[in-house]
Design a protein around this ligand. Structure first.
Ligand code: G3P
Length: 216
């Protein structure tokens, strides 16, 4: 399972890249606002330079022509841009047009296996079910990941399942076991994944024993 960072914050991306684990980045309008706004295009250009893999840039237009205009402009910024398109009838049409133009897409706001199947058929390369938001409304978000991974394998569909809305480390383990091809993870959750109390206490004990032995 590939690891993407779910952020538009350049410093966060530099941190994950420095750990050697970064394989892509997903942004969206909310993450862009959280990172402080400014020129979305310049932020994306910078992110694309740091990121060794796909960088998702989300359209805000809700009509086909508007999505195409925004997406084509994003695609010109760098070769690793994937245009993020919300699931909808115009979204499907836009993704099919992007596919015909050779522009890669990530279909976002997926909440059912059927939505994911349609997005894959329309030509999206990445399919993004939002696990945490389904869990929020008392539905098992991981079921959609498992179903889509199985459907794509059974029918030999090339699209990849990108587990999004990962709220805690257990989501990441469960997504990997459910067959997600990619998980996009906030830096906070990535940092939680690094830590274990026994690792911390083990490091402290090794340090203390080392110093005691050196003094002997
Ligand atoms: O990539 C989508 C993700 O950012 C949504 O996460 O926590 O807002 O549901 P969340």
């Amino acid at each position: 399972m590939k690891i993407f960072l779910d952020t538009a914050d350049i410093e966060e991306i530099r941190t994950a890249a420095s750990w050697g684990i970064l394989e892509g980045v997903t942004t969206n309008p909310s993450l862009y606002a959280k990172a402080g706004g400014g020129s979305y295009e310049s932020i994306l250009t910078e992110i694309c330079k740091i990121t060794p893999g796909p960088v998702s840039a989300e359209v805000v237009a809700e009509d086909v022509e508007g999505m195409l205009k925004e997406g084509r402009a994003f695609a010109k910024l760098a070769s690793n841009i994937y245009v993020k398109v919300p699931m909808s009838e115009p979204g499907l049409q836009a993704m099919a047009r992007f596919k015909a133009e050779g522009i890669k897409t990530n279909c976002t706001l997926i909440f059912s296996a059927n939505q994911g199947l349609l997005a894959a058929k329309a030509g999206a390369s990445l399919i993004s079910p939002f696990v945490g938001r389904l869990d929020d409304i008392n539905q098992d978000g991981m079921t959609v990941i498992r179903e889509l991974a199985e459907i794509f394998a059974i029918h030999d569909l090339k699209a990849e399942v990108l587990a999004a809305s990962m709220r805690h480390p257990l989501h990441v383990t469960q997504a990997a076991l459910a067959g997600a091809h990619i998980a996009t993870i906030p830096l906070k959750v990535l940092k939680q994944m690094v830590r274990h109390p026994l690792t911390d206490s083990g490091i402290a004990t090794f340090r203390a024993d080392w110093e005691k032995a050196r003094r002997a």
